[in-house]
Design a protein around this ligand. Structure first.
Ligand SMILES: Nc1ncnc2c1ncn2[C@@H]1O[C@H](COP(=O)(O)OP(=O)(O)OP(=O)(O)O)[C@@H](O)[C@H]1O
Length: 207
């Protein structure tokens, strides 16, 4: 089981966002999170990525507690597609920097080159990301999340800034990685058909 969540809850102050959440997501499954604005989708992704903790309950990635070093190594994260990049560095250098945290020198360069080709980043790969458009930065951020062949990919509205062609590139990249477990937030109706399951927010388990 790539992702397992047990009786998980998150609240902000006294306000519950979700509770009683149980999930079992096998390898290769695509799980869509949907629901209205503010319902808690991003909060769950952040808890799974380990940048936020659950108030109660627990989650694991391939048996490792979410947020642990082992789980983070297995998790590709793209929570803010246009952000989280070093603006003065090019997309290529951002990718290389991230790749070197996961892979040895030559393997890092090879992985970056492959993803630049796959997501057609080469035309703008050497431009500082602060001078790139939102869609260009989103493509670099998605490539960064795919570095090192993660077991779990967390995507928060990846199509927000992508044009039709870039959206097709993203889905083709996911199709090529059939063992990759993907949890994504999307408000695009066609993305529902590309996923195996959906979880609708708000989520409040049985009490
Ligand atoms: N750091 C925070 N402090 C307090 N409340 C927060 C914090 N982060 C999120 N919230 C609240 O938690 C709720 C869920 O937010 P979240 O971002 O998870 O929603 P979402 O389903 O992803 O929404 P959207 O579709 O608009 O992206 C919202 O009411 C939001 O105001």
């Amino acid at each position: 089981m790539t992702l397992r969540v047990r009786d998980a809850a998150r609240r902000f102050g006294s306000r519950p966002v979700f509770d009683g959440l149980d999930l079992d997501v096998p390898a290769g499954t695509r799980l869509l999170l949907d629901g209205r604005n503010g319902a808690g989708k991003t909060t769950l992704l952040r808890c799974l990525a380990g940048t936020l903790t659950f108030t109660a309950g627990e989650a694991s990635v391939a048996g490792h507690p979410a947020g642990s070093a082992q789980a983070r190594r297995l998790t590709g994260v793209c929570l803010t597609p246009e952000q989280g990049l070093y603006g003065r560095l090019s997309g290529h250098d951002n990718l290389l920097l991230a790749a070197r945290l996961r892979l040895a020198g030559p393997a890092a360069r090879t992985a970056v080159a492959r993803l630049e080709t796959e997501l057609e980043i080469e035309p703008f790969a050497r431009v500082p990301t602060e001078r790139c458009s939102a869609g260009m930065r989103a493509r670099v951020t998605i490539a960064r999340a795919l570095l090192g062949d993660p077991a779990l990919l967390l995507l928060d509205e990846p199509g927000r800034s992508l044009d039709v062609h870039a959206r097709a590139l993203l889905w083709a990249a996911l199709d090529r990685r059939r063992d990759l477990t993907c949890v994504l937030v999307s408000h695009h109706p066609e993305d529902r058909d590309r996923c195996d399951r959906a979880l609708s927010f708000p989520v409040h388990g049985e009490r």
